[in-house]
Design a protein around this ligand. Structure first.
Ligand SMILES: C[S@@+](CC[C@H](N)C(=O)[O-])C[C@H]1O[C@@H](n2cnc3c(N)ncnc32)[C@H](O)[C@@H]1O
Length: 226
């Protein structure tokens, strides 16, 4: 995709896009979730859980961040959704079987441990759909997200967890800036997080060396239990 010249704020403070990608929601559009239990792994403030609740039997969002879960419960109540619940659970330690999911989804919280647990909890034919950070996400900062995969890594992890991949694509946006100031402004909401994890100084170095881009890249996947 050609670099885009943009000043739109597409990420929030945690580097999370401000909206669930419509292309990802389209991957779930044909899935019959009525009467079914959907498990949203790493639900955070429940954005994906709340988006799916109106067309699902029941949605369970799990996360280990109790503060985010409190916000999620508040948002569900404000939206008048009574078929959503939020449970504190470490998604890479606990098992999902007790939650009896008919489908597992995840938005920017993915790892082999999560794929393995989804594979153990779902029955044959059940869907597993997620957005993960692609390995190229913020490549200018020289450091991969813990949740980042490239296409091959995703396929290996999914096949290892007994899934058949139906769809795998990369949504990529390379912002190009005319000046260092523009490039810094685009990352302003990320500075605190990036300072803490060492990315900030590498981004500054990239800009000092003449770089003027910032890449966002997400993997969109729909798989089915084999
Ligand atoms: C980038 S945020 C995405 C949140 C949400 N899915 C969204 O898109 O708005 C990642 C979330 O995964 C959660 N998370 C990370 N590792 C986890 C784990 N091992 N168990 C449960 N939640 C986890 C974090 O607490 C955070 O809420």
């Amino acid at each position: 995709m050609a670099p885009s010249r943009g000043d739109r704020p597409t990420v929030g403070r945690e580097g999370v896009p401000t909206a669930i990608s419509p292309a990802f929601l389209m991957l779930l559009a044909d899935e019959d979730l009525a009467g079914r239990t959907v498990l949203d792994v790493g639900t955070g403030r429940g954005r994906l859980a709340l988006a799916l609740a109106p067309r699902s039997g029941r949605v369970v969002g799990i996360d280990r961040d109790e503060v985010a879960l409190t916000d999620a419960r508040r948002a569900a109540a404000a939206a008048g959704l009574t078929n959503v619940e939020f449970v504190g659970l470490d998604a890479e330690v606990g098992e999902y079987g007790g939650l009896e999911p008919d489908a597992v989804v995840a938005h920017l919280c993915m790892s082999s441990a999560i794929a393995e647990r989804a594979g153990r909890a779902l029955t044959r034919g059940a869907p597993f759909a997620f957005v993960a950070f692609h390995a190229d996400q913020w490549r200018e900062t020289g450091r991969r997200s813990r949740f980042a995969w490239n296409e091959d890594e995703a396929r290996v992890a999914l096949e290892g967890a007994a899934f058949r991949v139906e769809h795998l694509s990369v949504e990529r946006d390379v912002q190009a800036f005319g000046s260092v100031e523009e490039a810094l402004a685009a990352a302003i909401g990320l500075e605190e997080k990036w300072r803490a994890d060492g990315r900030w100084f590498r981004y500054i170095k990239f800009l000092e060396e003449g770089g003027r881009t910032l890449t966002r890249a997400h993997l969109h996947v729909r798989a089915r239990k084999a």
